[in-house]
Design a protein around this ligand. Sequence first.
Ligand code: S3P
Length: 426
Amino acid sequence: MIQTFSKINRVSGTLTLPGDKSIAHRALLISSLADGKSVISNLPNSDDLNSTIKCLESLGIKVEKKSDAAFVYGKGFKGYYPPNKSLNAGNSGTTARLLAGILSAQNFESIIEGDKSLSSRPMKRIIEPLMLMGCNIKGENDEKLPLQIYPVEKISAIKYNLPVPSAQIKSSILLAGLHSEDESSVIEVKQSRNHTENLLGLKVVNDDDKIISTVSKKNYPVPNEYFIPGDISTAMFFVVLALLTQNSELNIKNISLNPTRTIALNLLMKMGGNIEVDLKGESNNEPYGDLIVKSSKLSNVKIDTESIPLIIDEIPILSVAGIFSEGFFEIKSASELRVKESDRIKSLATNFSIIGLDVEEFSDGFRISGGIKYSGKPFQSFGDHRVAMTFAILSLLLEKGGKVDGFESVRISNPDFITQVASISN
Ligand code: S3P
C-alpha cells in the first residue's frame, strides 16, 4: 500500500504512545513462566507483540486482553504444554530469540518459524551459547529459522562473553539460565539494553569496563504487575518531527527513560535539540517520564562507536535529523544494521538516493551529503516498520511531501502512526 503525506508546518499538543516493545515482550514471557496471574498494563497492540502472545497461547498459556491491559496466567517452572504445531514468531526477532532460550530448557520438542525477513536473520548467535549450556537446538540453511528445539532433562550454567553486543542474545541466555540451579553469567564489553535484567531483578556488576549479569533458578519469576512505559524508539520519530518543524512544542507522556535506551535522545540534545526530560517514576526497575520537545536548529556531531548498540533502532530516524542539520551525517561500526528487519544500510541508502542525496555506503555504515532534489518517486519500506516510519516523517518534512510504498509494515510496532500524526498536526 502506498501512503501519501503532505508537508506538516508545525506539531503541538500531547502524545501518549503504546508501551515499549522490548519491555512488553519480556513482561509477557516472564509472566508466562511465573506460577499464576500477572497483570500487564499499557501493552501495545502490534503485530510483534501479538506474535509473542500467539506463541505463548500455543504453549498452553492463557492471555486475556482487556483494551490495553493483559492478564497472563503463567504455568510455573517447566509448566508449558508441548505445542502441537510450529510456533510462529512472525517478524519478531525478540520473540524468536528470547523464546528459543526458554524452550531450549524444556523437556519437550518445539519448532520456531517466522516470516521471510525473520527467516533470513542470523540465529547462530543464540544457537552457539545455548548448545554450550547443553541445549539441543538446530537451525536450517546456515543456522537460520526454522529452529528445531529438542528436549533436554537438565541444562548447565555458563560464563559467556557476548561476541556481538546484543540484548537478544544476552536475554536468550539469561532466560535459559533461569532453568539451572547453578549461576550463569553473561559478560558484555559494550552495553546493550537491560530490560531482562531489570524485570527479573538480576544481579548486574560493572567490573573493569565489563558488565556482568548473573542468573540462576533463584531468580525464577513469581506473578507480578507490570506497567509498560511508552516506547522511546517510537517516540523518537515524533521527537525528530517536533524538532524540525517551526514553532512546535510537543509533550510526549510516560516514555521509557531507561538509560540504555535514551542515548539517541541525548545525541539529539548534543546536536542542539531543545528537549526537556521530566522523570516521573519507576516501575519494575524501569524509569519513565515525559519529554517536552521544541523546534530547534541542529548540527551533526560525531557519533562514537560505544553508543552504536544503544542507538541501533534509532539510526534510521537519526539520519533524517542528520540531513536537516548542519554538516553531514555519518554512521560507522554499525554492521548490525545489515541484519535487522531489512538491511537498513541498503534501505536507507536507496531511499535517500530517491530524493537526490549522495549516500556513500560502507560495509558497516553510510554517509549522507548533498541537497534534496525531488523525483516524485515513492520511498520503499522494504517491509521494515522503522524504515516505513522514518520515510513517513521525512515526507512530512519535505516541501512537496512524499509517499511511502509498503507503509502497512508500521503494524509491526505502531499501527496507530497515522492517527498519532493527525492528533498533533495543526
Ligand atoms: C531488542 C534488541 C535489539 C533491537 C531490537 C529489540 C530487544 O536487537 O534492535 O529491536 O528487545 O532485545 P539486538 O539485541 O539483536 O541488537
